[in-house]
Design a protein around this ligand. Structure first.
Ligand SMILES: *Cc1c(COP(=O)(O)O)cnc(C)c1O
Length: 485
């Protein structure tokens, strides 16, 4: 499989070439030159596979530069009951009210559990694989990598739990001091592994991100200290997420003629973009529903065709904070397909128009009306009040406690139920990560998985630094993984 950039760059790169890279050299995002097609017989064969084997089959279609036995071993090592809590890895559970219905005469509504990994958010699904792929590829090349990132919560902890103890890789994760939830802080700061470095920055999330950009922008420093990232535009993360759309589909159906819908709580469009890829491969998904919170950049696009990025002053701090985005960094991949993979057109939209005026508008364009018909997308938006009401009704009527992001998904999904196509809402985090809002909604503490009992009381390993570039660089130099022998 060859990988191309959404802006046209095509240097014949293969999977492992782009595994350790961020953006393509022309500023675009990598995509496979074409989507492998999955036929009916293959779907039938895949129905019976355990998750790790399914992951291997799907990854094999995109990875031709890792020997099959090695790739299979990586998948088996990643998707285990020990790490994800169940043999199904991503079990589906129906959301039924006391009358036994999911709402009117509609087909069932399911939650797909993606949040039973080490950090209790769906980012573990891809990040755990990435950790094993990185370790494998760095060893093969005899290289080391220092991952530098900024987090306001879920990404940082998922990256740290995926990379902890891995050879050849260190993590330097900046976060805004005192601004993550107490549980999220405890998750990250209680890690004692030598290769994990928590840096609490005196500032807000944007200060952390600016520092990361400034360090990465110093190309000499970046090269000398082998600085890399694990952000959500990484293609390997995306392809790992494709797997659970197949796994969810197989659990909700008994035959390949059946169609399903997915609703995806969305921020950077990474998760739902994997659903788009799954459907492009031939998975029978009749509708992908994008659910946003008050930061409704994506809902606005799917309603009007206008993609308008927000300023940081215009970005709301909400109770589903992992969806608080000002622009959707993976969205370019979908728009590339939407405009018929026309790299020049894409470059005009994202390179020229967005840079010049902060938006582009496809509302009057035929490609946009096809977004609904040809690609089957819909969207909706949820507010703090909706979130509280959904958490409450889901608990009281269905006996399920859901987190704030999943609640946004359920709220939006209910407006898109179908008579015969089951609806699958992706559960993107567990409620314990966002306890304050659960208490606000239900007047009680969320359930805490036993391995996190007393985590707030454990010793902490975190360094406080000012939002100061030289200070960050000095810290990295003093702690980075030495060059491999
Ligand atoms: C990251 C995250 C999201 C948003 O996912 P995207 O891939 O950015 O769309 C939603 N919910 C939770 C809990 C997350 O951590």
């Amino acid at each position: 499989m060859r990988y191309i950039s959404t802006r046209g760059h095509d240097a014949g790169q293969r999977f492992c070439d782009i595994l350790l890279e961020g953006l393509a050299p022309d500023g675009g995002l990598y995509l496979p030159a074409s989507y492998p097609q999955v036929d009916d017989a293959t779907l039938t064969r895949w129905r019976r596979l355990p998750y790790a084997e399914l992951a291997f089959e799907i990854l094999s279609l995109y990875v031709d530069d890792i020997p099959a036995d090695d790739l299979r071993a990586i998948c088996r090592r990643t998707y285990t009951r020990e790490v994800f809590g169940t043999d199904a890895i991503v079990p589906l559970r129906p959301l039924v009210d006391k009358t036994g219905s999911s709402g009117g005469d509609a087909a069932p509504l399911y939650l797909e559990a993606l949040s039973n990994g080490p950090t209790l958010a769906f980012k573990d699904m891809a990040m755990q694989l990435l950790g094993n792929l990185f370790e494998y590829e760095l060893k093969r090349r005899g290289e080391t990598l220092n991952i530098l990132g900024a987090t306001s919560g879920d990404t940082g902890s998922a990256a740290e739990y995926a990379m902890r103890g891995k050879r050849g890789v260190s993590v330097f994760m900046t976060s805004p001091r005192g601004r993550m939830s107490p549980f999220q802080q405890a998750q990250m700061f209680s890690l004692m592994d030598d290769n994990i470095h928590n840096i609490a920055i005196d500032g807000v999330f944007d200060d952390c991100q600016d520092l990361v950009k400034a360090v990465s922008g110093d190309l000499a420093f970046k090269r000398k200290y082998r600085i890399g990232t694990v952000n959500s535009i990484n293609w390997a993360r995306l392809v790992a997420q494709v797997v659970y759309y197949f796994a969810g589909y197989f659990q909700a159906t008994t035959a390949n003629a059946q169609q399903v819908r997915f609703t995806v709580p969305s921020g950077n469009f990474g998760n739902v973009c994997a659903g788009h890829v799954a459907r492009m491969m031939g998975l029978p998904i009749d509708l992908l529903v994008v659910a946003t919170n008050e930061n409704d950049v994506l809902d606005e696009f799917f309603r009007t065709g206008r993609y308008r990025v927000r300023s940081s002053a215009d970005t709301h701090e909400t109770s589903s904070p992992s969806m608080d985005i000002s622009k959707a960094s993976n969205f370019e991949r979908f728009v590339f397909d939407l405009v018929g993979r026309d790299a020049a057109r894409l470059g005009d939209l994202f390179g020229a128009q967005l840079a010049r005026q902060g938006f582009f508008d496809l509302g009057a364009d035929a490609v946009f009306t096809q977004a609904a018909s040809r690609f089957g997308f819909a969207s909706g938006r949820s507010t703090h009040a909706d979130r509280l009401a959904t958490i409450r009704s889901t608990f009281e009527d269905c006996g399920e406690m859901v987190d704030t992001h999943t609640a946004d998904g359920i709220k939006v999904a209910r407006a898109h139920l179908h008579a015969t196509h089951p609806m699958i809402v992706l559960e993107t985090a567990l409620p314990i990560k966002f306890a304050a809002t659960i208490v606000e909604a239900l007047g009680r503490q969320p359930v805490r998985p036993p391995q996190f009992e007393g985590i707030e009381l454990r010793p902490r390993r975190v360094t406080d630094l000012a939002a100061d570039l030289p200070a960050i660089k000095a810290f990295i130099v003093a702690h980075c993984e030495p060059v491999a022998a």
